[in-house]
Design a protein around this ligand. Structure first.
Ligand code: SF4
Ligand code: SF4
Length: 457
């Protein structure tokens, strides 16, 4: 039995569509089998919420009086690329402030705009006969901009490697804080909730597919940079109207020692057109394997030190060369679940219709770097017992801001005192009374929810 996207859209219109999330689908397929599940279910919604550095917005400021062709543009002292027409600029999320450093970047400007805060626009120009103005200093708001188009060249990695550090010192990386002696493992990606893991052959996801993007409706505009579906490293280029989006699903983040990034919420509906697609959307965390890479080796070809699946990673620890090591995510599974649930609601209410792709995404990658598998490396290692990698108590008192926490879970794999915990829906909580003041979680939280201060002990 098979159906078309047009038939599913008719069901959305008359209110009979049957939608489940990617978390619900495996049990349905297990119970009914793929054929009956395909007959019963029309759409599976997916979700991911992780740091996506390859993101940014095109802004159109409108013309001043007299008019100006902006050649360099800064927003709250963060430079935006202005090498296009007169009053357009592209603000990348990782571009750091020239006055505040990497703690404030393009991602924070976007967050400020979404929160309705005014942003200082500074621009200069050489001036010309048609554009005589040479400088401007003013304030802008999101509502006052002509256009603010989120345009992200590489988002929603199908899966990603996990990270460890066999070196002697702590590493602060875009994969979070990595403790020495392979003291922890961090990992990225949403596992069984990942949009591209639920359609691994890109059968339904293509150019023109409508998606949940940052709380609004966006579109896939093509394959992302470094797209490599053969190695399950497919990526997406996406676009959407920032004015429709919300600060709940776009969050500025800081990875200490690396720089800023933007957590982007993406959800993609998978139409269950036949039993084969039903079977693919039944994927579970245990079916998704990834390599653990050693970030202590400063090379593009970092060695693989282990391999595990997402079920093991999500359990909180993995076996790494015969030793159990704490594992914690960088992406928020709680937020991924909320995105898939929101998309499900939109479809059930008739607020979101599926689109037939205008063209397929490339089934082969064009990028060499990720296609080359890093060589396996046998390590003598460098392992020490966890107690040895814990610093001496630093006399710190930790505070935790529940409002800022977006439940990425990084702190879960760092704290050995059991301060941080998660519930069944990956909501992270903290019991700061248990803190031993070791200092390991300082400069860890990308949301800035954890702060440490000397308590004078
Ligand atoms: S406190 Fe920070 S590191 Fe821990 S789960 Fe929340 S956002 Fe993530
Ligand atoms: S400082 Fe406290 S909360 Fe942070 S990792 Fe150490 S014991 Fe845990």
């Amino acid at each position: 039995m098979s159906k078309t996207i047009k038939e599913i859209n008719r069901k959305i219109l008359d209110g009979t569509v049957r939608v489940v999330t990617a978390a619900e689908m495996p049990a349905i397929v297990e119970e009914l089998g793929a054929e009956r599940a395909a007959a019963e279910i029309d759409v599976v919604t997916t979700g991911t919420f992780g740091a996506m550095c390859s993101s940014g917005v095109w802004l159109n400021f409108g013309h001043s009086e007299p008019p100006m062709k902006m050649t360099r543009v800064w927003l709250n002292d963060v430079e935006a690329y202005a090498g296009v027409a007169a009053v357009d600029a592209y603000l990348g999320v990782t571009q750091a402030s020239e006055t505040l450093g990497m703690e404030y970047a393009g991602a924070h400007v976007i967050e400020d705009l979404l929160l309705g805060r005014p942003v200082v626009l500074r621009a200069v120009s050489r001036g010309s006969e048609c554009y005589p103005r040479k400088a401007i200093l003013t304030e802008i708001t999101l509502a006052g901009l002509n256009q603010a188009i989120m345009s992200n060249p590489r988002n929603a990695y199908q899966r990603y490697n996990a990270a460890a550090n066999s070196g002697d010192g702590v590493l602060q990386t875009y994969m979070g804080k990595l403790l020495p002696g392979c003291g922890n493992v961090t990992f990225s990606g949403a596992g069984e909730m990942s949009p591209l893991m639920n359609d691994p052959d890109l059968e339904t996801i293509g150019i023109g597919t409508r998606i949940f993007l940052g709380g609004g409706i966006g579109t896939i505009t093509g394959s992302g940079t470094q797209h490599n579906p053969g190695a399950q490293f497919a990526t997406l280029m996406v676009q959407g109207d920032l004015k429709q989006m919300s600060a709940e699903f776009l969050r500025a983040a800081l990875f200490h020692g690396y720089g800023s990034s933007l957590y982007v919420g993406i959800g993609i509906p998978i139409p269950v057109l036949h039993a084969g697609i039903a079977q693919k959307t039944a994927i579970r965390d245990r079916d998704i394997e990834t390599d653990i890479i050693d970030y202590a080796v400063p090379s593009r070809q970092r060695p693989v030190v282990g391999r595990c699946n997402y079920e093991q990673l999500k359990s909180g620890s993995v076996l790494l060369q015969r030793r159990r090591v704490p594992a914690s995510p960088l992406a928020s599974f709680r937020m991924a679940g909320r995105i898939a649930a929101a998309l499900k609601r939109w479809i059930q209410r008739g607020e979101f219709f599926l689109s037939v792709p205008a063209a397929a995404l490339p089934s082969r990658g064009s990028s060499a770097p990720l296609a080359i598998k890093p060589p396996q490396q046998r390590l003598k290692l460098f392992y020490r017992r966890p107690a040895e990698i814990l610093p001496r108590p630093a006399g710190l008192r930790i505070t935790w801001d529940a409002e800022r926490c977006f439940s990425c879970g990084q702190c879960l794999g760092i704290c050995r005192a059991g301060v941080f915990a998660k519930d069944g829906e990956w909501r992270v909580t903290a019991d700061t009374g248990r803190c031993r003041g070791c200092g390991l979680c300082v400069q860890l939280c990308p949301a800035g929810a954890i702060a440490g201060e000397k308590n004078g002990r």
